[in-house]
Design a protein around this ligand. Structure first.
Ligand SMILES: [Zn+2]
Ligand SMILES: [Zn+2]
Length: 266
């Protein structure tokens, strides 16, 4: 199988939202399903993962960029966790001195939730990110550090010569953008944190997010073929997102804003 695709399950930043103004782009927080041949890989486990319909009997891998609530809050509701002995591998970096299992257990355990993740019927294995590149089946995984409070991981997934880069919860800076552009060089698809407009960003410096304007610059420097803006501000309505998308697509026809349900072939 040669398929390599990304499905948007959740692209909202910070907190889930619903209502008639949030239907087209979706109100669920960060989660992207990657299909690469027989591999099923989830980037983050925000509330979007609740809608995931995993293939029967495939191995599942979850790559967590970091432990902020909006990136893990869907995990206790992931349907595959309820499937007896289903193999699920969760990879993340240590954050605030806590290894992935310890960090998740701190929140997903009584009194906040009845079960720890390791007490679900699935066969869950937690992994620190290996120091170097690693493989998930035929998929090569590279990673780099983003700029974000408590840190975030930027992932590059390569399958049969095609690659995507997931750079969410990333705040731009001259050095950080150069490092990201080098890391993302020649990728087929770049997901980039565009939570703020350039005007809004001035009020939120240091919050760990970026803007579409900076994303365009990184994508150009990296020669990324397609650019997908993610981590939409929680209160940004469909009409506002559509207007932003129209504005930025006029500057670069390969730009879109992530919409729930979209499937992008890489
Ligand atoms: Zn986030
Ligand atoms: Zn975050």
């Amino acid at each position: 199988m040669n398929n390599f695709s990304l499905t948007v399950l959740g692209s909202r930043g910070s907190v889930p939202i619903d209502g008639k103004n949030f239907v087209r782009y979706g109100g669920s927080t960060s989660c992207y399903k990657i299909s690469a041949g027989d591999e099923e890989i989830y980037l983050d486990a925000g509330s979007g993962i609740v809608q995931a319909v995993p293939q029967p009997s495939t191995r599942i891998t979850i790559l967590l960029t970091h432990m902020h609530l909006d990136h893990i809050i869907g995990l206790p509701f992931f349907v595959a966790l309820g499937q007896k002995n289903r193999p699920i591998d969760i990879f993340a970096q240590e954050r605030s001195g806590l290894k992935p299992k310890d960090a998740l257990d701190r929140l997903i355990s009584p009194p906040f939730w009845p079960l720890k993740i390791c007490e679900y019927p699935a066969n869950v294995n937690f992994h620190d990110l290996p120091p170097d590149n690693f493989k998930i089946g035929e998929v090569d995984v590279q990673w780099s550090d983003g700029t974000h409070p408590q840190g975030s991981t930027i992932f590059r997934l390569t399958y049969r010569g095609r690659s995507l880069v997931y750079a969410t919860d990333f705040e731009h800076s001259p050095d950080g953008c150069k490092k990201l552009a080098d890391f993302a060089r020649g990728c087929d698809l770049l997901l980039y944190d565009a939570q703020y407009t350039a005007d809004e960003y001035e009020k939120f410096r240091g919050f760990g997010h970026s803007t579409p304007d900076e994303g365009l610059k990184v994508a150009a420097a990296a020669h990324a073929k397609k650019l997908l803006f993610v981590h939409h501000a929680p209160n940004r309505t469909d009409d506002e997102l559509a207007a932003l998308e129209k504005f930025f697509a006029a500057r670069n026809e390969n730009v879109t804003f992530a919409k729930v349900g979209d499937e992008i072939f890489i």
